[in-house]
Design a protein around this ligand. Structure first.
Ligand code: 5AD
Ligand code: SF4
Length: 482
């Protein structure tokens, strides 16, 4: 679930130039008056972090802060951080250097570190980065207003307490850089899986699921505001479980999907991320049953080799994963599957790497997020195994994986030529304001010439006539038959 671009992890948060986003900032600023303080927030890493920043924005707005897009006019600069790989942390440290300079020019400005790095480094952050005023972990955002008060009084504000209950269920996120069409909804927090390479269970704590009714209410509220797509977010959505205290009804992820799908047939439902061990037939049948639940599953394999998967503590092997993929295509024949892949995990041999390559072909991934292994302090792998694959080899294997995935993605897209897809229009294409961009159910970006009368948030049918490994191109047609 990390970004929309494999190389994006840790890269500066894109400032969305959508009109709706601009309008939001303008309205907030105009309503704010001269005296109110402004916060600037930058987010890195996974979609969950972007979603958390919207919760933070809501908490700050309630305590009188207004958002700004301009670093230089902020009274409070926040950076929502990612620890998943070393590189992500390096990027954050670089940004902190820049914030220091801004602070130098505007004394009194506070700088706060939020999210996974805050949690991982705790008070060490304050020792290492002297000019950071606030360190706030992912479960402590409600405490921000009081921590800001502490920092304003000249002390350091720190809260990295991890909770077993916090889901921010009652907080209505402030949609910061939204296109007004698609939004994220967090349905759970934390992770209990303990994949040996992963720092997330340490930075985000134990898994807990959010009240199902608050999720449905958030989806309904977004639909009323004109949104037409929601992505249900969690580190491991298929292990979502919530019990209604009133009647004891147990809501599984399949049931939750159905509840959200029923908000309106015009509201598309996506979700991320699925752990292969937890995705059930019931979920697959639910996806197949509802046209508005998208035919797309992000099903990270990590490695195609059973021995490596065991070392990774993924709790499935190669054959088991392959059967899951077969089952998905059987139940949802038009489903696109994507993956996360790590190359050069501890002790990985060339043959084992070949198994990952062959898995990409077997599973026919529409796309993958691909990384070389980066040892993270405190993880099971860091404690138990030697990080013994040389960097050069890790990177070469990564290049091989990327090359093959690009070919497989291209083949996947070529198969779409001649088909007509229902597309949800998201806005102007990046290259030309004469074209719209939108996505089909399989989560593929589709670019096509605008026609009169259609606008972002509308659905249309597009017949595909051209494909690259990343995008489909086509023209609007009357209906599914093209
Ligand atoms: N090194 C490289 N990639 C990692 N990921 C998680 N931890 C690491 C690590 N230590 C990748 C996994 C995961 C994705 C979110 O990031 O592929 O699914
Ligand atoms: Fe990390 Fe594994 Fe949990 Fe994903 S499922 S967050 S990779 S521990």
């Amino acid at each position: 679930m990390y970004d929309n671009n494999p190389t994006l992890v840790g890269i500066q948060k894109k400032i969305d130039e959508s009109r709706q986003g601009e309008a939001f900032y303008r309205e907030q600023a105009e309503g704010a008056g001269q005296s109110s303080k402004r916060f600037y927030i930058e987010s890195y890493g996974c979609q969950m972090n972007f979603s958390d920043s919207e919760i933070v924005a809501s908490i700050l707005a309630d305590s009188g802060y207004q958002p700004t897009r301009f670093l230089e006019e902020a009274d409070l600069i926040l950076i929502n951080t990612c620890s998943i790989r070393e590189k992500a942390e390096e990027t954050v440290r670089k940004r902190l250097r820049i914030f220091d300079k801004v602070k130098g020019q505007r004394p009194g400005t506070l700088v706060g570190v939020l999210g996974c790095m805050a949690e991982r480094l705790k008070s060490k952050f304050l020792e290492e980065e002297k000019l950071v005023d606030l360190v706030v972990g992912p479960d402590a955002y409600r405490d921000l207003p009081s921590l800001i008060g502490t920092a304003e009084d000249g002390d350091k504000g720190i809260n990295v307490f991890l909770s077993r209950e916090e889901t921010y269920a009652d907080i209505s996120p402030l949609r910061l850089d939204s296109n007004g069409v698609a939004a994220f909804i967090s349905i759970m927090r934390g992770c209990d899986n303990m994949c040996s390479f992963c720092v997330v269970p340490f930075t985000r704590g134990r898994e807990r699921s959010r009240n199902a009714f608050s999720i449905v209410a958030e989806a309904a509220g977004l639909f009323e505001k004109g949104y037409r797509e929601v992505t249900l977010l969690g580190q491991n959505v298929d292990s979502y479980k919530w019990e209604n205290p009133e009647d004891g009804e147990r809501v599984t992820f399949a049931r939750l999907l159905e509840m959200v799908a029923k908000v309106s047939p015009e509201l598309r439902v996506r979700f991320s991320t699925s752990h292969p061990k937890d995705i059930t037939d019931e979920v697959l049948f639910t996806i197949a049953r509802y046209e508005n639940i998208c035919s797309y599953i992000h099903l990270p394999v990590q490695s195609g080799n059973s021995r490596i998967l065991e070392l990774m503590n993924r709790t499935y092997g190669r054959e088991w994963y392959m059967n899951k993929v077969r089952r998905i295509y059987e139940v949802i024949p038009d489903c696109a599957i994507s993956s996360d892949i790590i190359t050069g995990f501890c002790t990985e041999t060339e043959e084992e790497h070949q198994d990952t390559l062959s898995m990409i072909e077997f599973a026919r991934y529409s796309m993958s997020y691909m990384f070389y292994y980066s040892e993270r302090p405190g993880t099971l792998a860091a404690r138990k195994y030697e990080d013994d694959v040389p960097m050069k080899v890790k990177k070469r294997r990564l290049q091989e994986v990327i090359r093959l995935q690009t070919q497989v993605s291209f083949q996947h897209n070529l198969k779409d030529i001649g088909k007509a897809f229902k597309v949800l229009i998201e806005g102007d294409s990046k290259r030309s304001d004469k074209d719209f961009k939108g996505r089909n159910s399989q989560n593929k970006m589709v670019v096509f010439p605008k026609v009169e009368g259609l606008k972002p948030g509308d659905y249309c049918y597009v017949k595909i006539n051209k494909a690259t490994s990343a995008t489909l191109k086509g023209e609007i047609v009357e209906g599914p038959e093209g």
